[in-house]
Design a protein around this ligand. Structure first.
Ligand SMILES: [Zn+2]
Length: 257
C-alpha cells in the first residue's frame, strides 16, 4: 500500500524538532502541540488504511486519478459527470439508497471508475467495501466449512457499509455461481436495498437484462432491473482505453537504422 508522505506546513515546518508539531510556551514550560496539517494527514492516512482493508487499490495513480480529467475518450463524459454529481451528493448526505450498474466491455475503465467512486467516498468519511462477485458469493453463503463468527462479521460489514461495490457481477465465467447460491445472493440484495435502504454499485460486462440468460434466475433479474429502473441507475460505458502504440515500444534503435 502507498503511504502519503507527510509534508509540514509553513507554521510547523521549523517550529520544533518534530515535524507536524508546534512548540508552545505555557507558564514557563515548553509543550508540543499537534499542528492542524498533521491531524489532517493522520486522519487521511487512517481512512486510506481502511480503504486498503476494504479491497481498494491504494497507489499514487489511484489517489491522483480524477474521474473527468483522467478519462480517455469523449462518449462517456456526460455519464461521468452524472457519476461525479452522485458522489458529491452522497458526500453531502444524499443518494445512500441509490443503486448503480456500471455496464461495459472489459476495456471501458469501469473498474477504475468504481474504485474511484468508493475511494472518494472513503476519503470523505464514509464506509465502502469492494468485492468481486466470486469472493462475495463464496464468503456470503454459509457452509459447513465457514467459521460462523467470521461469516457473521463479513455479512454484517457488507450489510452495514455506506456503499457496497460488487465487481464482475453476474458474470458466469468469472464468478462460478451455482444455482443453490442464487437465493442467498438475492436475499442479501433485498435485505440491504429494501430493508436497510442502502445502495449497491454493480460493475459488469453482463447486461442486467441478461442475468436470467446466464444465471437462470428470473427472479434475480426482475429484482435488479426493477431497482435500476427506480434509481435510473444503469450506466452503459462505451469509451475504450487508448491503445498503446506498439511500434514506439519495440523500436529501441529508433527510425530506420
Ligand atoms: Zn502544520
Amino acid at each position: 500500500m502507498y503511504l502519503i508522505p507527510f509534508k509540514p506546513c509553513s507554521l510547523c515546518k521549523d517550529s520544533s524538532s518534530q515535524p507536524g508539531f508546534l512548540k508552545i510556551e505555557d507558564q514557563g514550560s515548553i509543550l508540543l502541540k499537534e499542528c492542524e496539517c498533521h491531524k489532517k494527514w493522520y486522519e487521511n492516512s487512517k481512512r486510506l488504511m481502511s480503504a486498503y482493508r476494504s479491497n481498494f487499490i491504494i497507489s499514487k495513480d489511484s489517489l491522483e486519478y480524477d474521474l473527468i480529467k483522467s478519462h480517455k475518450g469523449s462518449k462517456d463524459l456526460k455519464k461521468l459527470e452524472i457519476l461525479n454529481k452522485y458522489v458529491i451528493e452522497f458526500s453531502e448526505g444524499g443518494n445512500k439508497e441509490l443503486c448503480i450498474y456500471l455496464l461495459g466491455n472489459s476495456n471501458t475503465q469501469k473498474t477504475t471508475i468504481a474504485q474511484w467512486i468508493g475511494l472518494t467516498l472513503i476519503r470523505n468519511g464514509f464506509t465502502c467495501y469492494y468485492e468481486s462477485m466470486h469472493n462475495f458469493i463464496t464468503r456470503l453463503v454459509p457452509t459447513d466449512f465457514n467459521d460462523p463468527e467470521r461469516f457473521k462479521i463479513y455479512h454484517d460489514k457488507l450489510l452495514s457499509c455506506d456503499l457496497l461495490i460488487i465487481d464482475d457481477a453476474f458474470d458466469r465465467w468469472k464468478s462460478n455461481i451455482s444455482s443453490f447460491q442464487l437465493p442467498y445472493m438475492e436475499a442479501f440484495f433485498r435485505e440491504r436495498i429494501e430493508r436497510h435502504q442502502k445502495g449497491i454499485l454493480w460493475v459488469s460486462c453482463v447486461s442486467p437484462y441478461d442475468i436470467k440468460k446466464y444465471l437462470s434466475s428470473e427472479s434475480l433479474q426482475n429484482f435488479v432491473v426493477k431497482i435500476l429502473t427506480k434509481s435510473k441507475g444503469l450506466v452503459k460505458l462505451v469509451d475504450s482505453m487508448e491503445h498503446i502504440d506498439v511500434s514506439t515500444i519495440f523500436d529501441p534503435i529508433g527510425g530506420d537504422a
